[in-house]
Design a protein around this ligand. Structure first.
Ligand code: UDX
Length: 461
């Protein structure tokens, strides 16, 4: 089928944290989606209906879309190219040592499309890439193919842990397009998702984050470079809010003010809003740290003054040392101490530990001679791949209570819901000394102190 008539077939190259939810969301919207990935183990797993990582709702959606035939995993990416009208590029864009982005996977996909396209295709840049990567993609494709094609920039804004929700209930769809044909195809592709947005009050998550605007306001058409910059600007601003509130948290600590109340107080101003103002141990994950660094390098190369963003990144890096300082101030030298750790994932709702602040904290503790007892509801297997393989220094525990057993202090590093209702009396009995350092301000200090603990949060009196 061609893009103008009948159904659209969508190919998604790269079935990771972005590609897989995108593919399944489009399949749920009614399109036929062909997924491809270089990792054959992942392809095999997906074909059997097993999600390759933890993401709420993803496994169930995968099972349903395989069963109803709207999602197929292709053994050969070239077949996905040949059979698709629209091709999403969702491969990884890892950072190099100097913060610039390695585009070799994107380039390989562009070459694949150039070699195997058998007619007009819309190639969609979904992965987060430096500005003007769309130009590189179209040049590479057209050097290898006689078929005219278009590239569209359609950045992803999926939050890990909410990816399925976000792909079906997007707050915005940005389309950086430079041809009417590509624009028409993309608008058609997203129409079923926009038509099925929940009405106000219908979706609890949309209500929680204030995502209530009309479908017509959610589609923004721009040129390609602007679309690329929208993605980077969004992540840079989110990171800036986090470092900003972390700076305020430090000020609160020196003055006895409460950063959570400050955030609430400023968040009531509609110009500021309440989101992304949680002080803590800093931002992590596969996006914000990498994207801020790459934004700095891109803008610097253009001669733009990026001192603001450099400060954002530096404040974030210093969060770890500042947090470990709190522990030292309470326990003294860490050598020989046992520290319980609650939470390893870079945020709740995911098993992802890429650039997780928890791993940086743990590596400091180990470097100073402490032993750690760690727990996470989802991320232990992934953490195991990255933490030292020394079972006397790093012990993996089946529950938060086990992680606290014999510990001189416990650190809360990821705000999982299951840590919200702990039995503090039981914890007091099993710990060597009752100290809690709350890196995400999850607990009520009054409850914890009432159970006889020394409680230290972030920017709290
Ligand atoms: C981010 C963007 O939010 C998303 O739009 C983009 O597509 C991908 O990058 P994600 O990496 O899933 O999503 O995580 P996000 O929810 O943004 O959190 C990033 C980090 O910031 C986490 O470590 C989180 O704990 C931290 N954070 C977030 C704070 O420390 N304080 C906050 O107020 C919010």
């Amino acid at each position: 089928m061609t893009a103008e008539h009948g159904s659209l077939t969508v190919g998604v190259i790269g079935l990771g944290h972005v590609g897989l939810p995108t593919a399944l969301g489009l399949a749920e919207a009614g399109w036929h989606v062909l997924g491809a990935d270089d990792d054959q183990a992942r392809v095999g797993k997906l074909a059997r209906g097993a999600a390759p990582f933890y993401e709420p709702g993803l496994g169930e959606l995968l099972g349903r879309k395989l069963a109803d035939g709207h999602f197929r995993v292709m053994a050969r990416p070239a077949d996905a190219v040949a059979e698709s009208d629209v091709l999403f590029v969702c491969v990884s864009t890892p950072p190099r040592e100097d913060g610039t982005i390695d585009l070799s996977h994107v380039k390989q996909v562009a070459e694949l499309v150039g070699r195997h396209a058998n007619g007009y295709k819309v190639v969609v840049e979904k992965s987060t890439t430096p500005v003007r990567t769309a130009d590189l993609i179209i040049q590479t494709v057209q050097q290898l193919s006689d078929h005219r094609m278009d590239v569209v920039v359609n950045p992803e804004f999926l939050r890990e842990g909410r990816a399925v929700h976000d792909v079906l209930h997007p707050d915005r769809i940005i389309l950086g397009v430079e041809s009417d044909r590509a624009r028409a195809t993309m608008e058609r592709l997203y129409r079923p998702i926009l038509d099925r947005l929940p009405a106000p009050g219908e979706c609890a998550e949309c209500e929680r984050i204030g995502r209530r605007h009309a479908a017509g306001e959610r589609l923004l058409i721009t040129d390609r470079t602007t679309a690329e910059l929208i993605k980077h600007t969004a992540n840079a601003l989110l990171a800036t809010r986090i470092s900003f509130i972390n700076m305020i948290a430090d000020f609160c600590e020196t003055t006895g003010a409460d950063v959570a109340q400050v955030a609430r107080g400023i968040g009531l101003d509609p110009r500021i809003g309440p989101h992304f103002l949680h002080a803590g141990i800093g931002y992590g994950g596969s996006c914000l740290p990498k994207d801020v660094r790459s934004f700095i390098r891109m803008a610097e190369a253009q001669g733009v003054d990026v001192s603001l963003l450099r400060a954002v990144a530096e404040i974030n890096e210093r969060r770890i040392e500042r947090f470990v300082d709190k522990l030292r101030q309470t326990l003294g030298p860490l050598s020989g101490k046992t520290i319980g750790v609650w939470g390893l994932a870079f945020k709740p709702g995911t098993d992802d530990v890429r650039d997780a602040p928890s791993l940086k904290v743990i590596s400091r503790l180990l470097a100073e001679g402490a032993t750690v007892r760690v727990h996470d509801p989802q991320a232990m297997d992934n953490a195991r791949q990255l933490l030292p393989q020394d079972s006397r220094r790093v012990e993996y525990c089946a529950s938060p209570y086990e992680a606290a057993t014999g510990a001189h202090a416990v650190l809360l590093l990821t705000e999982w819901d299951e840590y919200r209702a702990l039995d503090w009396t039981r914890l007091r009995r099993v710990m060597a000394s009752p100290v809690v350092i709350d890196g995400r301000n999850l607990f009520d200090p009054l409850d914890v102190r009432a159970a006889g603990f020394e409680y230290i949060g972030i920017g709290r009196p």
